[in-house]
Design a protein. Structure first.
Length: 65
């Protein structure tokens, strides 16, 4: 589903964040960047690491289900 979504929205850039390298799934598309973002625990990842990198990348929207 994600591959289709990325293909249908080429005008947007998608930054995909991964907590662990075993979750990495390379998406070879010009509108995708992937970031390995380790942190100590889920709370630190959700509330600190993701927000810090999102600010550094100047992202407009974060979707984290």
């Amino acid at each position: 589903m994600l591959k289709s979504f990325l293909r249908l929205a080429p005008q947007h850039h998608f930054a995909l964040f991964y907590a662990s390298n075993y979750l990495l799934c390379p998406y070879h598309a010009p509108n995708v960047s992937e970031h390995l973002l380790p942190a100590r625990g889920k709370f630190a990842w959700d509330q600190w690491a993701v927000l810090r990198l999102a600010a550094a990348l100047d992202l407009d929207l974060i979707f984290n289900p």
